[in-house]
Design a protein around this ligand. Sequence first.
Ligand code: ADP
Length: 747
Amino acid sequence: MKEEIVKILLIEDNQDDSDLIQRRLGKSVNVLFDVTRAKTLEEGMAQLASDTPDLILSDLGLPDSHGLDTVTKILCEAPQIPLVVLSGFDDEATAIKAVQAGAQDYLVKGQTEGTQIERSLTYAVERARLQRELEQYTQEITCVQNNLLKILDNNADAIIVVNAEKQVLFANPAAEVMLGSKKQDLLKKPFRFPLKKGKTSEIIIGHGREKTVAEMSVVGVDWEGKPAFLASLRDVTERKQAEEALRESEEKFSKAFRRSPEAIAISGIDDGKFFEVNDSFLRQTGYTPEEAIGKSSSDLNIWSDPEQRAAMVKTLKEKGVVSNEEYNFHTKTGQECIWLFSAEAINIGNQPCILSVATDITERKKTEEALRRSEEKFRELISTSFDGIIATDPEMRVVVWNQGATRILGYTEKEMLGQPIMKVIPEKDRRKTEKLLTALNRRRPGQSPNRTLEGACLRKDGAEVPIELSISSRKSGESHIVTAIIRDITQRREAEEKLRKVDEMKRDFLSNVSHELRTPLQSIGGFTKLIMNGQVPDEATQKEFLEIIDRESQHLGSLIDNLLDMSRLEAGRFEVYKRPTPIRDTFIDAVKSFQSLAREKNITFNEEIPEALPEMEIDAGRLRQVITNLVGNAIKFSEPGGSVTVRAEALKDAVLFQVSDHGIGISPETQKHLFERFYRDEGEVVRGGTGLGLFISKQIIDAHGGRIWAESRPGEGSTFNFTIPLGEKTPVIAKGGNNHGKENTGN
Ligand code: ADP
């Protein structure tokens, strides 16, 4: 069975040769040759146009073409169709040339015996087919190669082929860029990085100032028949930088986490189990990492109030954050502490967690509390201070005004806050005060010592109040606050004034005393000499003189007694000795010596002492002293022609004694001070006296539990009274002298 049909275009002008060939071909067992014959080249070429044969079998010598020309023309017309030429025996050399020119084979006429022709033709067809296939294949290969080159050219990775001698055989444009050299400078030059087949390594390529980090993968390849390395380099600089940045930030974070002074913990939001805690957390809670990690906050009983945790978790789930809440916690030892707590909801591997940050503020809270208390105490102290506390700002406006200030100056805190301090400074002191405050405001703190001054303030009612003030200034924030503590010194001033007066009176007293002593002495001495020298022959006159001597010596005696009493009073040794005595006798005895004096001064002396007066517990000598003083004064301050009346009266529970005169009287001012020591009416200095009599009298009456007082009208006269209580156990010893006799009437 013939498997294959091979179409042959036979170009042969000789009929015999043509027939012979056709016969031969017809005998082929395997191939069915379908032969079309043309007698000339032109005819053959025309034939080609209508049908394409598998092979052209052409004689070299044709009527319209000869020798190699025929070959050239056919190959030109049908280059793809295999050509076998026929030649005569004598023309074999031309036939060989024809094969060299492109024919597949040649056959020599007359030698085409057996199967040679069949074989030659089928081989030629086969060869041509193979050739065509090869060409097509080559074309395809070229195409693939071009595509590959395109890929290599455009590849972002650098691709370099290096031979076994480490010389660069190939480099794509990316390699030029990465290695920073042109292709011509790379090729045939050594490749400087170590190459290991099947390995990926990191290399650092430095050109210029920039460094490129490349990841290099090396494989073994066959390059032009020789083993070579194919290295592909990928620029990983940015990735490396990003990785480095990430690593650094992670390191920073973990450092911050570990070293943070705040307690940081990561725990499961639902079970409260700790994954991670930092050193501060451990320090503050007292646990070791082994004790804390993997345990829940309730295992460790960390939350003092688990409800607080529940509330915190609720907020966290709703809002995602909890910030600066104060919660109470327990340490391992059960100690309570307060944490300022912030937290954020985070996810770790799909598990919802809490990242919490806490600061132990227990100590701070304690300090704050203590400070608050001491501030409260201080505030209370200020507001309730008896002294006035006033502070002013640099504009000299009041910023502090306490109750003490209100008490002293009358203005309330509400009325004064924000008001200029000058409101309470008297007009005359304002410039001075302004200067002082300005100076204090300019001083740096610590530079101004506290100063204590005396001055005056204006009260709400307009009156000036003498004050003592101590001033200090301190810095409060940016500005100065001047604080003054003021004290009302009205009473002290008064007391000082009184002391000053007493001092003055004491001075006067000393000069008076010498005068008071000398006057009676002179009169005693004078009259005694007259009598002794016999110059007073008349007995009546003598008696009169002796009476004067007696009175003066008595006066002298009482003066000396007063002085002694005074010194006893001042020394606290003034004593009263009481015994039961008929009081009338004492009164009569005391007044009788004044009869003659009154007469001398032409003063009517009335005595109204009732018979019925009780026996009383008295110091008779001392009472006499009182009566002598009162009656003596009454006569002394009466003008001639006047009258003095002494009377006594038994009252319900006391005995009253009264001495009235119609003398000069006592001014209301003097009345106030009558019973004070050394006090004498300035205008009455001429009448002498030491100012001790009434003071001592009051001490004596006081010692008897009675009272002494005066009623007087200037120009009309005075009445001095005293009472001695009946049956009263009066003090036996009276210590006095420091009584400044504030009350004028001794009650
Ligand atoms: P002295 O011992 O100096 O008299 P007193 O203490 O007895 O001092 O009296 C004090 C002052 O009281 C007298 O200096 C006088 O100014 C006034 N005085 C006392 N008694 C009378 C009086 N009867 N009439 C007017 N002034 C009197």
